[in-house]
Design a protein. Structure first.
Length: 175
């Protein structure tokens, strides 16, 4: 049996989590769960957005099933998603997308992987009002070259091994 850590978030998070766990159980996945409530409701009950035991569980199990978690807008606590990215250095967001023949679409040949730096730039959250007009905020988006290079290095093998139609991208970078 494999044990994973589960973070039940806020809003629709618990409902989605329960549905996913029901599906995994029905599929006889052989997965057991260590389940933790996280987010604003957890903070109101116990004084921590993410309990220390939840971090310990994730660090032990190495696999996390995380549902949606409250993201504050403009004030309050820092986004828990950003907190997790920074705590565990999850700097790369890798999103594969491939068209499904069972779904009618004007783009039936889509087969792409998007790589995005995930801890800096817009995720830093350095914002301030620059004058009295509410519609003129200033947002700083610092990016360290080292994180961008890590994402680029992750990206380089992909065209050769996953997306055969994009082999030319690697050739352009190597020439």
């Amino acid at each position: 049996m494999t044990t994973i850590t589960v973070f039940k978030g806020d809003g629709i998070g618990p409902e989605i989590t329960d549905a996913v766990l029901t599906i995994l159980d029905a599929a006889h996945s052989g997965i057991t769960y260590e389940i933790f409530n996280v987010g604003a409701a957890e903070y109101e009950k116990n004084g921590a957005l993410i309990p220390e035991a939840a971090f310990t569980s994730f660090e032990k199990n190495k696999v996390l099933l995380k549902s949606p978690i409250t993201t504050p807008i403009g004030k309050g606590f820092r986004s828990l998603n950003v907190t997790l990215r920074n705590k565990y250095d999850l700097y790369a967001n890798i999103r594969p997308a491939k068209a499904n023949a069972a779904v009618s679409t004007p783009f039936p040949n889509v087969d792409i992987v998007t790589f995005r730096e995930n801890t800096e730039d817009l995720y830093v959250g350095i914002e301030k009002q620059i004058d009295e007009i509410p519609s003129t905020p200033l947002k700083l988006s610092p990016v360290r070259q080292v994180n961008v290079l890590f994402v680029m290095l992750l990206n380089m093998p992909y065209p050769m091994t996953v997306i055969k139609s994009l082999v030319y991208i690697r050739q352009i970078f190597l020439n």
